[in-house]
Design a protein around this ligand. Sequence first.
Ligand code: TRP
Length: 434
Amino acid sequence: MSTTRFLTGITTTGTPHLGNFVGSIRPSVAASRTPGVQSFYFLADYHALIKCEDPLRIQRSTLEIAASWLAAGLDPERVTFYRQSDIPEIPELNWLLSCVAGKGLLNRAHAYKASQDKNLAAGRDADDGVTAGLFMYPVLMAADILMFKSHKVPVGRDQIQHIEMARDMAASYNHLYGEHFVLPEAAIDEHVATLPGLDGRKMSKSYDNTIPLFSSREQLRKLIQGIVTDSRAPGEPKEAEGSALFQIYQAFATAAETAALRQQFADGIAWGDAKQVLLERVDQVIAPMREQYEALVHNPARIEQTLLAGAERARALATPFMRELRSAVGLRSLVAGAAPQTQPKAAKAALPSFKQYREADGRFYFKLVAADGRVLLQSTGFAAPRDAGQAIAQLQQRGAPALAELAPHLAPVDGVADSDVAAALQALADAAAS
Ligand code: TRP
């Protein structure tokens, strides 16, 4: 069975709010638990620099976002969870991609065009205040995505164009230098609700209408008090459709609870009472996570450690892949000779393989052997062949991230770097996917 790799980034410029939870954190954490899925979630702090010039805010936001995802149940053992700026291969790939990205393609990016349009409308120079970073935003994002050979990228609709641009850059590079990149696709979840904010418009930092995910219950109560409603008096029937309060409730409640509130609206529930119902329902979901969140934000060292461990796993893939990509464009040792331009065939013939066998002790073992016969991974003995098979399946499905979990069943092999093992597992996954 082949795995599907999901990857998404979260820009570290703000404090997570209920809209982020409903639209991104909750569905992503749930998706990461799906069998056959390998997830990469990262904090896009290089991207944050394009929008935010306040160092403390970047740092604080990174902490808050990481703590929120972990409190919401993200399992850093299962998911490769890292900080973009801990992966030096990302800016390196950014440059290689810059050299194949058409400037005209970048000219057409919505975010860049919107800045220009705003300037022109205000009678300013089109590029007034526009940084090269903003212009290059889609290239850095393509580097994020292509580095980990992501198949699916869960994003909001506003980001679809960026995924298409990443495909475009991947295709250009592949065309010039051989098949190195997977062409990614945007994954838009139609069932995920867009949450309205306090004023009824989409909940968004830029509208200043958000409810922070981890405010205290008291703050939550105050903010919910401030949700706009119409002026209908208690006893008067109220419209559920178009009510921000009702929509937020719906995102947190079951279908039966939602139907019950709809009935109460028709029966003329007072707005004050409806707000109380909403507060209780939201708090029921948030309260258990809030405790965890508080514990996590007050222990930045632990989060730092989690992120660094994630970066190590991410780099076990990125470092060998970057070496391959550099070599492909000609950034390679002078003594290596002129390697052929594209080596997909050679790569196929040179696949590593798993070997299962039984030892004299009656136990069942496996090893991962490189095409040249070198042993890359050696298991300890399993009582049943099925157990050995399951461990192999884990490695085939989840790749390098499964190594940590399987560590108790693996014997050290002298002279083999983690990155070699990761690259071999990646090569197998790629061959299975193609
Ligand atoms: N641009 C994305 C956003 O604003 C964040 C992001 C950066 C991202 N790199 C990414 C999303 C790679 C998906 C994949 O939401």
